[in-house]
Design a protein around this ligand. Structure first.
Ligand code: ATP
Length: 238
């Protein structure tokens, strides 16, 4: 069988406000399990079904870039940030299709919580004509298929990777990812309380959030910032 040009591509959209290890580890799990040739992180511009992000587009982009830097196969795609108005997945995938052509499989990564509401998204059937869905099980979010979703899952569920590779779009794949009960909301909450979010997200992301005042105008008293690097010992030579 002829292989599709340059392999399967993953597309991971999110608010990333801020990006954390729950996103990053799940993305790496999918990247490796499906042997994707590339995985793109797409920070959204204007959210559709939720409150708007606290950090600016430029700040969230910088945090994503810092988080994925150095991981081969990961890259930032800022087409949603560059597009005015609401960030609809169907528009993003249409634009990616124009770039990648009709044949290359596109895998749209979604958390289980997001997948439960898939039929409330804008033009869900058009999305399935443009991409496969890769559903990542998220801690605390049981997959609750409503009747429509159940029918689609029965029709479209792929049970081996080849089924995804053979079609450009239209299949649904469930991937069990490392369960990390981390959310951006929880991290923002910690920062607002002056607690350190360290070990929930990369130090480089914490540093950007701190330096650019993304979530607090100033670090609250009591947030001991151990994420600054490099640290100099007082006794060392400068
Ligand atoms: P918030 O708490 O602000 O709602 P979030 O942590 O859910 O943010 P988003 O940027 O909204 O992060 O999520 C983007 C995508 O990543 C969604 O599909 C979401 O389900 C998924 N996701 C987020 N956190 C995790 C996690 N810990 N494990 C697996 N998937 C996750």
């Amino acid at each position: 069988m002829e292989r599709p040009p340059r392999g399967m591509i993953g597309v991971f959209g999110g608010t990333f406000d801020p990006i954390h290890y729950g996103h990053l580890r799940a993305a790496l799990d999918v990247h490796q399990a499906l042997a994707l040739s590339e995985l793109r992180f797409l920070p959204l511009n204007v959210a559709v079904h939720r409150e708007q992000p606290r950090a600016s587009a430029a700040q969230r982009r910088a945090m994503v870039e810092a988080a994925i830097g150095g991981e081969p196969g990961f890259r930032v795609d800022d087409r949603e940030l560059a597009r005015a108005g609401r960030s609809y997945s169907v528009d993003t995938l249409t634009s990616l299709r124009r770039e990648l052509g009709d044949k290359r499989p596109i895998c749209l990564l979604v958390g289980g919580d997001a997948f439960n509401g898939f039929f409330d998204w804008h033009r869900p059937r058009a999305i399935l004509e443009l991409a496969h869905l890769v559903v990542m099980q998220r801690p605390g979010a049981a997959i609750q298929h409503d009747a429509r979703l159940r029918i689609e899952v029965e029709r479209r569920r792929a049970t081996c990777r080849d089924e995804l590779e053979r079609a450009a779009a239209g299949r649904i794949w469930f991937e069990s990812v490392t369960q990390l009960d981390i959310s951006s909301t929880g991290i923002r909450h910690m920062l607002a309380l002056g607690r350190s979010p360290r070990y929930l997200l990369p130090d480089a992301v914490i540093a950007i959030a701190r330096d650019r005042g993304c979530y607090t105008a100033q670090p609250a008293p009591g947030w001991r910032d151990d994420s600054r690097t490099p640290r100099r010992h007082i006794s060392g030579k400068s």
